[in-house]
Design a protein. Structure first.
Length: 260
């Protein structure tokens, strides 16, 4: 059993020798208060260590399972510049199921003669820079190569527009937070896994959902409300969208084939 703190507080010698009731009371109070404040910390650390051990065993089983699926005649010596960094990085990320899965696939691909040439050394650093949400979003491109994306724009009363939200992405059915998904897609674009363009668009129908979000409808109501002159939206004539496309890149497709 892990022990972080010793709750048996030792009293100063001059107090201990006094053996007075006040001294005993001080010792009892101090010990009781210490246990009240820090008593749960040992349990918390044990819980964290237990969860990490369970996650490690899952990671180990996944790696072993994927290696077992490689035919014996396909096994090859893994490049050290791939295997070494992969194992080193994985120890900090295996507690997340999605990232653990990617590292396990990367290790398995590095020992398979059919896939080792497609394993790029940068895949390790790419996984390290993915959040769990990023991992879920890039996985969406396994079946589809393109998705609609938009910017929310305030239409100015005089002329032009002012951007309100960029890279609004709605195809993650598990996470509906517009800002989180926007950050995620922007990061995938930064890593070169996807590309974003607003120079072209998909069929108009696929963009209808962007004008039905709670945020879009709320802003639309505020702009149209009778007391619009009393709020921060008084300079705007309406709200609209700029249509765009987010595509998987060749690098992203290769990353998906190996890691996902």
């Amino acid at each position: 059993m892990l022990k972080i703190f010793d709750f048996n507080i030792q009293l100063p010698e001059f107090i201990d020798k006094g053996l007075t009731k006040p001294a005993e009371a001080v010792g009892t109070t101090l010990t009781s208060t210490w246990e009240f404040v820090f008593g749960g910390f040992d349990f918390y650390v044990q819980k964290v260590q237990h969860n990490r051990k369970v996650a490690f065993e899952s990671f180990k089983s996944e790696v072993e399972g994927k290696i077992a699926c490689v035919p014996l005649e396909k096994l090859t010596e893994p490049p050290l510049h791939i295997l070494g960094p992969t194992l080193e990085a994985s120890k900090y990320y295996f507690e997340n199921e999605d990232l653990r899965f990617m590292f396990a696939n990367l290790i398995a691909a590095s020992i398979n003669i059919d896939t080792v040439s497609e394993v790029h050394p940068s895949f390790v650093d790419t996984i390290k820079q993915l959040s769990p949400l990023d991992a879920k979003n890039i996985s969406l491109f396994k079946e589809e190569s393109s998705f609609p994306i938009v910017n929310y724009e305030f239409l100015l009363k005089e002329e032009g527009y002012a951007t309100h939200k960029t890279n609004v992405f709605l195809d993650n059915k598990e996470v509906n937070d517009i800002d989180q998904n926007s950050t995620s897609i922007t990061n995938l674009n930064r890593l070169g896994l996807v590309s974003i363009t607003y120079r072209t668009a998909l069929k108009d129908l696929v963009y209808d959902k962007f004008e039905k979000t709670d945020l879009f409808l709320s802003l639309e109501r505020q702009i149209k409300s009778s007391d619009v002159n009393n709020n921060s939206l008084k300079d705007f004539n309406g709200i609209g969208i700029t249509k765009g496309i987010v595509d998987i890149t060749p690098y992203g497709r290769n990353f998906i084939n190996i890691c996902i």
